[in-house]
Structure formats: structure tokens, C-alpha cells
Design a protein around this ligand. Structure first.
Ligand code: SF4
Ligand code: SF4
Length: 373
């Protein structure tokens, strides 16, 4: 999740001019715009840190270990991590993302960061509890609400373990990766989140280039990240599944307004058939907010800077519906968002949801996104 250096409508001055016009026509939107600006400021200079290259799961189509994965020698000295984070803070990092493989397997590195950055977000699979001294949003990925589907998708059933590990932990946000194989199981996880007081949001399964080439090349299944898919049956969405996913999400938003953190406008956008992002002749999404561009830095667990296209570089941009790319793209309003006062209000609803999803420290800022149209 990070801010783009691009503007979907081109010139940032034009965007500001258009926003001023909208606010002149709709003065009631002005206080909400002030809140929106506070949210955008937090994402002004994000940075990404790969905490470790180890993971204890085997998710089908894993975006991390396939493709261009090149192991590095991890930095083992905690003092070196602390010193490095201190320099990063000096560089002006506004929010730190701790990614992996699985960050919970090297917690001392997270504890080192906890002393330094005011805003942070840890992406984890929930199988190992992260020390309570780490004061950041703990974003737990879940892929199923029953044992069989979880085993099929991740190589082990882990969702119940995550609930057990984090009982009563206010840092937790669950993000459920919707796929063709689990739409019928998501309700169970939403109910468990309600019972545990955890907010829940959605991610959408997005295939990696490696996964697609194995599938299209008729590769045999292996015991790693291509264990169960066949050409006829994969977790990927077809258009009809996207329509079903949209409906499942809408129903859950209506039924569990206290638990589901989402936005109707975002749901509509992310489940449209066809590419979610505009893709250029090189197959890249130039305006995706997750692109590692400009002053947005990405570091491996050797603490050296890397230059991937984004933090999930093996994903195919033309089929990517991953939440980080989707939400971060919405940090800047596009032409549609600026087309009317109503569209602009919807964009601010999306920003409010984004804040509540990604920024634990700031959860008091925007109103619940469930009011979004
Ligand atoms: S996608 Fe699954 S297997 Fe891959 S790094 Fe994440 S949790 Fe581990
Ligand atoms: S793979 Fe997804 S998140 Fe990464 S740049 Fe492409 S569209 Fe954005």
C-alpha cells in the first residue's frame, strides 16, 4: 500500500483546481476533504522492508517465492537493523510496511522497527503471534473458512490458529483473499471476526506470471506452489465469479456493518470484468499506486535496496486485483472521481476505508466505510 508519484488525470495542479471547483459547488464536502488530506499525508513517503525470506506455508500461486525470487544473505545483527531503520526515519519515511515471506518468523527485526517508526503495517499469515510491543496494524491474510479449502489453498489449515493466536488483540485486521474456491466459506470467517472483534476486509486472488505459465504450459502439479490447480480448475476468477464475489461482499457489508471494513465503490471497481488497472505495451500498470517509483524505496532482508516493479512483482498487472495495488491507486483521485461532487464524495469514502484498513494508529480518523455508496 503506497502512494503513487503519478496522477491519474495528469497535471497535479489541474487536479487541485478541479477539487477546488467541486468544493465551491459542494461546500458541505470541505470538512471531509480536510480529513482526506490528513490520510494522504501518512502515505506521502512509504517504504517496504522484507523482514525475512522464510515462510511456513505453501500457498497456491504464491507471489513471493516464484518468478524472480533471488535469495540474499539476510542481515542477522539486530543492531544493524536498528541502525538501518534509524537512517530510514531520517530519510523521512512516513509509513513502514513489513513484508516477507513471513515477518513473524523474525520478530526481533520488527521489535527493532517498533522503536523507530510511528506508523507501520505488518503483513502476516497469522500462524505465529507477533510480540505485543510491535505497535502496528497486524494484517492477517486468510484464504478460507473451512479446513479442506484452507489446506487446498495454503498447504495447511491455519485460519483457526490465527484466531487463537490473536484473541483480543486490537492491532489485528483480517484480510480475506477471495477466490473461485472459497466464496462459500468467507461467511464463517466474517462471523469469527465479529465474535473476536476483528475488522475484516477483502483481497482478490491474482495469478502470478509463473502460475499462469505453468497452467498454460500444461505443467504437472508439484509439492510447492502449484499443488492443486489444473487447466480446468483454478482459484482464478472468471467474469461470472467476479459478479458472484461482488454480491457476496455486498451482502456481507450489509449484514456485518460493524465488522466488514470496505467500500461499495471499491467493490464495484475491483470486480469489474477485464483489467482493473490500465496496462501499457510492456504489460505494466503505469498508474498503479503500488509501483516502486520515485522516493518510494524497497529493501531486501540484507538491508540492501531492490528495484522491483511493486512488492508483488511476479503478479501479472493485467490480471492483478490485489488489495495493495487497488487501494494505493485510489490515494489520488482519477478523472471519474473528479467528475462530480457525488463521485468525489465516493472517493473520500474509499480513502476513509483505506485509512481504517491500513493505519491502526489512526483508526479514529475517518467514519466507517460501510456508509459508502
Ligand atoms: S503467499 Fe503464502 S506461501 Fe507465499 S509468502 Fe505469503 S504466506 Fe508464504
Ligand atoms: S502487479 Fe498489481 S500491484 Fe504490482 S504493479 Fe502490477 S497492478 Fe500494481
Amino acid at each position: 500500500m503506497h502512494q503513487t508519484t503519478h496522477s491519474a488525470t495528469g497535471d497535479p495542479r489541474q487536479v487541485l483546481r478541479r477539487i477546488r471547483d467541486i468544493l465551491d459547488e459542494n461546500p458541505d464536502l470541505a470538512p471531509r476533504y480536510e480529513e482526506a488530506k490528513k490520510i494522504i499525508r501518512i502515505f506521502r513517503k512509504p517504504a517496504f522492508y522484507e523482514v525475512t525470506q522464510r515462510c511456513n506455508l505453501k500457498c497456491e500461486g504464491c507471489y513471493y517465492f516464484e518468478g524472480n525470487f533471488k535469495p540474499v544473505k539476510e542481515q542477522d545483527s539486530i543492531q544493524a537493523w536498528e541502525d538501518f531503520f534509524a537512517v530510514e526515519k531520517e530519510r523521512g519515511v512516513s509509513i513502514a510496511y513489513f513484508v516477507g515471506a513471513e515477518p513473524a518468523l523474525e520478530q526481533e527485526r520488527l521489535v527493532a522497527a517498533a522503536k523507530i517508526f510511528p506508523y507501520g503495517n505488518v503483513g502476516t499469515n497469522g500462524t505465529v503471534k507477533i510480540d505485543p510491543v510491535v505497535p502496528y496494524r497486524i494484517s492477517i491474510s486468510m484464504w478460507a473458512g473451512d479446513d479442506d479449502t484452507d489446506k487446498k489453498l495454503r498447504g495447511a489449515s491455519v485460519f483457526k490458529k490465527a484466531f487463537k493466536n490473536y484473541q483480543g488483540d486490537p492491532r489485528v485486521l483480517v484480510y480475506f483473499t477471495l477466490s473461485r474456491w472459497n466464496l462459500g466459506t468467507v461467511r464463517t470467517v466474517v462471523e469469527m471476526c465479529r465474535d473476536n472483534g476483528f475488522p475484516l476486509t477483502f483481497n482478490l486472488y491474482s495469478p502470478s506470471n509463473t502460475f499462469l505459465s505453468k497452467l498454460n504450459g500444461g505443467a504437472s502439479n508439484d509439492n510447492q506452489f502449484f499443488r492443486v490447480s489444473t487447466q480446468e480448475d483454478t482459484p482464478m476468477f472468471r467474469d461470472s465469479d467476479l459478479a458472484e464475489a461482488r454480491k457476496v461482499v455486498l451482502d456481507l457489508m450489509e449484514e456485518f456493518p460493524e465488522t466488514v471494513l470496505y467500500s461499495k465503490a471499491y467493490n464495484e471497481w475491483s470486480t469489474r470484468p477485464g483489467p482493473m488497472h490500465e496496462v501499457d505495451e510492456n504489460g505494466l500498470a503505469p498508474r498503479c499506486g503500488s509501483r516502486i517509483l520515485g522516493h518510494m524505496n524497497y529493501y531486501g532482508s540484507d538491508l540492501k535496496q531492490q528495484h522491483p516493479k511493486c512488492c508483488t512483482p511476479d503478479l501479472d498487472c493485467s490480471q492483478c486485483r490485489i488489495m495493495s495495488g487497488g487501494w494505493s491507486t485510489k490515494l489520488q483521485p482519477d478523472a471519474h472521481d473528479l467528475s462530480s461532487g457525488e463521485a468525489f464524495a465516493n472517493w473520500m469514502d474509499i480513502l476513509g476505508a483505506l485509512n481504517r484498513i491500513f493505519v491502526y494508529e489512526n483508526r479514529h480518523l475517518a467514519a466507517p466505510a460501510v456508509a459508502a455508496e
